[in-house]
Every structure is written in structure tokens, then in C-alpha cells.
Unconditional design. Structure first.
Length: 288
């Protein structure tokens, strides 16, 4: 029989993961939240409705795997509260889902409790969408050596794709995820603003950009980053880059530093692709 799990923090990701683990045969021993009603509602979503929802951490004593699905700055505090109440034992594994914090922040003194972090490399805006997106999702595993084995089992249980990350690389790993996801959204917002300046209504502007974004991702997937790069820089079109800079200076000077920084990074990528001559690269560099 699989070990029992307790969810502490019935948010989007926590509910989705617990739902999938429950379907995979992991019995849900408790769902714990600050608000009892929210915890009860989460139980219904997970599929474990009954007398296991509440706000008392003591409910977690019934489980061998404690899922700490709380914000990053609350993980260490919550873990210490659990230790103070002598809830984790040598047979318990504490699991958090932060991409930034190492699993070690859940340790306390000489406690032999195992610690593990699992970070699904996807943005989750809705718990039902999360249930649909977690299968096949890449998940970073980090923690105690023995706990990592459990991490592989848990990720496999919801058909995720596990990979390991070193504890001292978590911040760098998380920065990569933020650049790829969060800052991608920021770039789309900036492009939408520029189209709005062209007289296009913002919602329509974003919709107009979606096929371009989807095709770009398809190019990266099929051709790789270097060969998937398109646009004026990899074509060596310094005149177009100069025109962009002038247009931004006139209409959106706040975006000039970002454009130059991204263009410089793109220039290095274009060089690496082998499709840019030294003369073309120098011309673009002078334009920037």
C-alpha cells in the first residue's frame, strides 16, 4: 500500500497534485488550510470528501508524506511549526514545491525527517488546468538522496518528467524559469503596448501576436534555438534595427534600454547560428 499524504495549503498546485496522487493510489489522510471551509471544498475537488479537512496541523500526524504547498516565504515557518509539534518523524518526508528554496530549509536541528522539493516547471493559473497540465510536465527534484527516490515515484505517479537539480543551483534555475515564463509575458505586454500606440485596441493586439508567438515556439521546438531565430538581426539588417531605435525613441523611449539589451543578446545568438557575417555583425553593433 502506498504511503498516506497530507496536503497543507489547499491552493491551485497543491489541490491539483493531491488530486492526481490520490487517483494514483496515494491515500489522502488530511487536507489542512487556514480556513476549514476552504479545506473542505478542496477535499471535494481532490475527491477525498470526509472528515479529513481542517485547520489543525495535528491532522498531519496521520500521513507519512506532508505536502507543504504554501508560498516560498512561509515554507520554513510552517516546517518549524510542524517540528515544534513533533509531527514529523523518521518515517516522514516533508515536501515543498518551490523552485527557489532548497529542501533543506525544512530541516530542524538534529531531526531525521527526510526533506524533498518538487518543482513543476509550468505556470499554474487554475487548479483544473493544473490537473490537465501536470501529466508530461518537467519537474525539478532536489533534496535528501533517499527522498529523491520518493520524488521520482511521486512525479511518475502523475506522469510527470523528473530531472535533478543541485541545491546550490536552485536560485539560478528559478531565474531561468522566470525569464522563460514571467518575462516572456512582460515582453508580450510591451509588444501589445506598441501595437496600441499604432491604434490597435489592446485585446485585439494581443490576439494578433498569438500566431506569431506560437509559430516562434514551434520553430524553437523543431529547429532549435539558433536556427529557430528569425528577424532583422540574424538577417544582418542594420537599417531595420536603426529604424526600430528611432521609432522607440519617438514613441516609447522607456523601452529603448530593454530593446538594446535584448538586441545585443540576439546579436550574440545570431553570430552563434553561423548566419551572420562579421561585417553584418559589426554594422548592427554600431547601430545599437
Amino acid at each position: 500500500m502506498k504511503p498516506g499524504i497530507a496536503l497543507i495549503g489547499p491552493g491551485k498546485l497543491g489541490c491539483a497534485l493531491t488530486h492526481l496522487l490520490s487517483k494514483a493510489g496515494y491515500p489522502v489522510a488530511a487536507v489542512i488550510g487556514r480556513d476549514r471551509q476552504r479545506a473542505s471544498e478542496a477535499c471535494e475537488f481532490i475527491g477525498c470528501a470526509g472528515r479529513i479537512a481542517g485547520s489543525e496541523l495535528s491532522l498531519a500526524k496521520k500521513a507519512e508524506i506532508l505536502l507543504l504547498a504554501v508560498p516560498d516565504d512561509q515554507i520554513q515557518i510552517l516546517a518549524q511549526q510542524l517540528h515544534d509539534q513533533a509531527i514529523p518523524t523518521e518515517a516522514t518526508t516533508l515536501v515543498h514545491f518551490s523552485g527557489l528554496q532548497p529542501a533543506g530549509i525544512m530541516r530542524s536541528g538534529q531531526s531525521a525527517t527526510a526533506v524533498l522539493s518538487i518543482h513543476p516547471l509550468l505556470p499554474f493559473a487554475d487548479r483544473q488546468l493544473a490537473v490537465e497540465q501536470l501529466p508530461g510536465c518537467p519537474c525539478a527534484i532536489e533534496g535528501d538522496k533517499e527522498a529523491e527516490k520518493l520524488g521520482l515515484e511521486l512525479v511518475a505517479a502523475f506522469d510527470g518528467r523528473a530531472f535533478s537539480i543541485k541545491s546550490d543551483k536552485k536560485a539560478l534555475y528559478h531565474a531561468a524559469a522566470c525569464i522563460a515564463s514571467n518575462y516572456f509575458v512582460t515582453l508580450v505586454a510591451a509588444a501589445t503596448e506598441l501595437l496600441h500606440d499604432c491604434g490597435i485596441e489592446p485585446k485585439q493586439a494581443t490576439r494578433l501576436l498569438l500566431p506569431l508567438l506560437q509559430a516562434t515556439l514551434a520553430n524553437i521546438d523543431q529547429l532549435g534555438i539558433e536556427q529557430g531565430l528569425t528577424g532583422p538581426i540574424v538577417r544582418g539588417d542594420a537599417g531595420t534595427v536603426t529604424a526600430h531605435l528611432k521609432a522607440l525613441e519617438n514613441s516609447a523611449p522607456r523601452l529603448l534600454p530593454a530593446y538594446r539589451l535584448l538586441a545585443e543578446q540576439t546579436l550574440q545568438l545570431a553570430k552563434a547560428s553561423g548566419r551572420l557575417t562579421a561585417q553584418q555583425a559589426e554594422s548592427i553593433s554600431k547601430s545599437l
